[in-house]
Design a protein around this ligand. Sequence first.
Ligand code: ZN
Length: 107
Amino acid sequence: MTTTSAEARKRRRELYEKEIGDWTDDEVIEVLTERYAPTDVPPCRVCGGELSIQAVGGGQPTQYAHQVMKPEGGVDWDHYKESAWEDRRQGGDEAVIDLIRRFKGRE
Ligand SMILES: [Zn+2]
């Protein structure tokens, strides 16, 4: 089954028009899974390499960047700045995902 993002948005809007108490178990699970799933960190937008965490905590979004060395030595700061990406979801929550998995196992 494929769902376009427009369909997904419409479904989500309809869902939020209802009281959370009226959501089905599946609807609650769907919303929580989306909210707490681990973040997919994208590849470096400059070279496709793997980003690494540069700053985390303080209630701020986790910052990622790709740190590479210039051929002549030293960090390539242009590459670093250009590749910067932040995780506004703050990495999800493994405990919530595990709780969902256990809950599903009990149904
Ligand atoms: Zn890169």
